[in-house]
Ligand binder design. Sequence first.
Ligand SMILES: NC(=O)C1=CN([C@@H]2O[C@H](COP(=O)(O)OP(=O)(O)OC[C@H]3O[C@@H](n4cnc5c(N)ncnc54)[C@H](O)[C@@H]3O)[C@@H](O)[C@H]2O)C=CC1
Ligand SMILES: O=C(O)[C@@H]1CCC=N1
Length: 270
Amino acid sequence: MKIIFIGAGNIASALIGGLLRQGISSDDLHAIDPSAGARKRLNKRYPIETSKAASSIVENYDALILAVKPQVMKKAIEPLAPWLSTQLIISVAAGIRLADISRWLNGYSHVVRAMPNIPALVGVGATGLVSLHSADDADQALAERVLRVVGEIIWCEDESQIDAVTAISGSGPAYVFYFIEAMRNAACELGLNDKQARALVLSTFSGAIQLAAQSDEFSGILLERVVSEGGTTAAALQSFEADNINKAISRGVSAAYTRAIQIGVTFGKQ
Ligand SMILES: NC(=O)C1=CN([C@@H]2O[C@H](COP(=O)(O)OP(=O)(O)OC[C@H]3O[C@@H](n4cnc5c(N)ncnc54)[C@H](O)[C@@H]3O)[C@@H](O)[C@H]2O)C=CC1
Ligand SMILES: O=C(O)[C@@H]1CCC=N1
């Protein structure tokens, strides 16, 4: 399974790191990026070959992962068209729709959209996938093989669901890091030092997540187990409710979803 990345930034780096950690050979990976800085940063961490522009080497790979920003996608992929025959295209860009990618590649049919997330770096990513109707079983099987290496995958039935995946698990690690930072700051305000705060907050997140994953019960029931009437947790939860934190999270996720749709519409007009 030979994979070439178009774009060598944050998500490409997480996927490359994850693939290498899970035993994919560095000889089977390549990254193209016009930025010398991006290539240098990648090569500092991973010993894979890189190039500054697309060339006929694209023909030697089974899958191309498009990992550029949505606004430069058209410009980045148009030069690839002459070297495509049966290779699978996997776009990880937020919003950019399958039909537009196919059109920019002169009607190329082997296209899948994937929305991974950065825990892929440590093999525990979550990826949603959706394919063009014209993509065949072999395309879907290869996309699954590539992304399963770095974590869980789910298939979406229609393309609008991938925008929901983007808002939940694509952007989601940032929401979790935001909550972690807020808890760390709160711990320090209460007099714990930064080392203590980091240890307690990370163990609490990791412990709660493992408990929820290993339990048959909904997280709402697990939450109730922590709450004592008139106790400390109840005091915190009443304060969260008064601040409408639940609604604020829902509004934030909706904003991400709406933005994914806007990105698709705006940049798909090109
Ligand atoms: N960062 C994340 O957690 C996730 C990002 N994504 C998607 O992945 C894409 C990339 O995001 P990041 O890695 O965060 O951005 P980034 O800015 O870190 O990386 C993008 C890279 O593309 C390169 N690039 C620009 N023009 C190019 C061209 N013509 N050919 C090849 N490379 C070119 C840039 O030099 C840069 O290194 C976006 O579309 C984003 O929606 C998807 C899932 C998660
Ligand atoms: O923020 C973004 O647009 C990308 C998509 C999901 C995570 N990062």
